[in-house]
Design a binder for this molecule. Structure first.
Ligand SMILES: [Zn+2]
Length: 290
């Protein structure tokens, strides 16, 4: 049985180019780039504040269901997760992830919020009917879903086609339990600020044994991604694919990275790439047994 409470978290990616042209917005923009937490129960403490107060502690708290690896552990990933030592007592992937600069979206005393790896995550894509590049938008999501599924080992099922509909920014569709809903919105959508290219909300529930489990995620992607970026290689450079990969990785429970070249950094540049720590965090995100 699950607790009734759901926690919701929002993380955004913004356009560096725009920020650089509007220096006065820089400071406020970085504040927006940090975690914004929402909760539908006012008595629940704000986890962002908890993280700030306990910043010295390892933000990748452990859960007994972790390390049920589903994906290939390359020697490089094993090394960064400290899994190479013959003595298991010396394995400490949680601390090494923390030290790598990668953060979790949600951290509680009994683990970070991740998807359980025994179920299929259903992915569906809504595209505002006014947008012209619907096929391309759907195909990017399709490709990124495959990459994220491969890195995490999580089973993901992307519907074979998108739904074209008028998106009402004041009444956005909530994803069903066990699913990730991706919504492409027009550039002037009120769902995103003028600086935002995308945003991800993650809901999680706390199970009876304290395990925080992600139950659903909603990704908003702006048409501006197609205006500001070109097509490119997923996770390499500031391109359409990498911007979508960034948000999709948030939906896996991974937060921002302090590594400035990481595709999970708050800014994407032409020096952006998927660091070994980024890949290790995705492998880790798929290791939570149900
Ligand atoms: Zn982000």
């Amino acid at each position: 049985m699950l607790h009734e409470t759901n926690y919701r978290y929002i993380v955004s990616v913004m356009s560096l180019r725009k920020l650089m042209t509007v220096l006065t917005l820089l400071l406020s923009a970085f504040l927006v780039l940090g975690f914004v937490a929402e909760s539908n129960a006012s008595t629940i403490p704000n986890p962002v504040k908890q993280n700030a107060e306990h910043a010295h502690e390892n933000s990748w708290s452990e859960n007994l269901r972790d390390r049920n690896w589903q994906a290939y552990l390359s020697p490089e990933v094993k090394q960064i997760l400290t899994l190479e030592d013959p003595n298991p007592a010396n394995h400490n992937p949680h601390t090494s992830l923390h030290d790598s600069g990668v953060t979790p979206m949600v951290n509680t005393e009994t683990g970070v919020a991740l998807w359980g790896n025994c179920r299929t995550i259903n992915i569906s894509t809504l595209i505002d009917s006014s947008l012209v590049e619907k096929e391309e938008m759907f195909n990017v999501v399709d490709g990124v879903t495959e990459v994220v599924s491969a890195y995490t080992g999580l089973t993901m099922s992307h519907k074979s086609n998108y739904t074209s509909t008028r998106i009402d920014s004041s009444n956005l569709q909530i994803p069903e339990t066990g699913s990730i809903l991706i919504i492409w919105v027009p550039k002037d959508s009120e769902s995103l600020s003028s600086q935002q290219l995308g945003t991800t909300k993650v809901w999680h529930t706390v199970e009876n044994d304290g395990t925080p489990t992600i139950t659903r995620a909603q990704i908003l992607l702006s048409e501006k991604i197609f205006e500001e970026y070109d097509s490119g290689v997923v996770g390499r450079g500031d391109n359409i694919e990498t911007a979508v990969m960034h948000e999709m990785t948030h939906a896996m429970g991974i937060g921002h990275s302090t590594h400035e070249n990481s595709f999970m950094h708050t800014e994407l540049t032409n020096n952006t790439f998927a660091t070994i720590a980024d890949i290790a965090s995705l492998v880790f995100a798929g290791s939570r047994s149900c």
